[in-house]
Design a protein around this ligand. Structure first.
Ligand code: CAA
Length: 259
């Protein structure tokens, strides 16, 4: 499918999705949300993709929802817009393979929310993060009031959401909003290195591990451990678990088939 606002590149089993609306600092208009949704849905069952990296073209990762579109919304339209955006964030979060955000610049509002829906956040030292919606008389609408508190704790989340202030990559790293930070020119190489490291592992195990961690964050510890126990059993039914265990014992490199 032809996309207007996103670009897809492949590096073997890694798909690199670049948001490419530089004139609006990659703001998420309805069409860009639709294209991202289509990309993830089209590749839901596509085992040739073992990891996705999302990044932005130019100086921004994503500067938020498109404010020119928000300005036209009534109450019903705003609820619809939030629902569509939240659905994309959930789609990214639940995508059966890992999704890495390579945050190259501004990750504001919906951009910070999209980064938070990804599994791992890598940032350029020049990146800036924030939930500036209160500056517009709004609140976050793509999960920011929920995922930010889960990532950085309620006090820091409230500070960021109530003030609308931006934080630099160093501060984002310090508070746990960002997992790794690199010089700008190294960001994509490091993201690819991590993605390639991940896709070299047993794909079903990685996917099931993602599901366990995600599920566990939504339920209590005891129920989460029960979920893990069942998943641990399931994984022993895969050929890759036999291969991984045999390879260790036979002192050779495992050759995983994704089965
Ligand atoms: N929506 C639409 N257009 C945007 C945009 C956005 N979120 N962010 C930037 N742009 C546009 C600007 O209007 C400008 O367009 P023109 O050249 O046509 O004037 C262009 O991108 C470049 O932006 P600036 O000239 O402002 O660039 P800057 O370097 O001076 O400032 C910035 C960069 C600090 C990121 C500033 O653009 C800014 O504050 N942007 C808005 C950030 C924001 O408030 N995001 C939250 C949106 S609401 C939201 O996301 C709700 C939700 O949770 C779903």
């Amino acid at each position: 499918m032809e996309f207007q606002n996103i670009e897809i590149k492949r590096e073997d089993k890694v798909a690199i999705v670049t948001i490419n609306r530089e004139k609006a600092l990659n703001a998420l208009n309805a069409e860009t949300i639709r294209e991202l949704q289509t990309f993830f849905e089209n590749h839901w069952e596509d085992d040739s993709i073992g990891c996705v990296i999302i990044t932005g073209a130019g100086k921004a990762f994503i500067a938020g929802a498109d404010i020119t579109e928000l300005a036209k919304l009534d109450v019903k339209g705003a609820v619809h817009t939030s629902r569509i955006g939240l659905y994309l964030m959930k789609t990214i979060e639940n995508f059966p393979r890992p999704v890495i955000a390579a945050v190259n610049g501004f990750a504001l509002g919906g951009g910070c929310e999209l980064a938070m829906a990804c599994d791992i956040r890598l940032a350029s030292e020049k990146a800036k993060f924030g939930q500036p919606e209160v500056n517009l008389g709004l609140i976050p609408g793509y999960g920011g009031t929920q995922r930010l508190a889960r990532l950085v704790g309620r006090g820091k989340a409230k500070q960021l959401v109530f003030t609308g202030d931006m934080v630099n990559a160093q501060e984002a790293y310090r508070i746990g909003l960002v997992d790794e930070m690199y010089p700008p020119e190294e960001l994509m190489d490091k993201a690819l290195e991590m993605a390639k490291n991940i896709v070299a592992k047993a794909p079903v195990a990685v996917s099931v591990a993602k599901e366990c961690i995600n599920r566990g964050l939504d339920i209590n510890l005891s129920a989460g451990c029960d979920f893990e126990k069942t998943a641990f059993g399931t994984i022993f039914g895969t050929a890759d678990s036999k291969e991984g265990l045999s390879a260790f014992i036979e002192k050779r490199k495992a050759d995983f088939q994704g089965k």
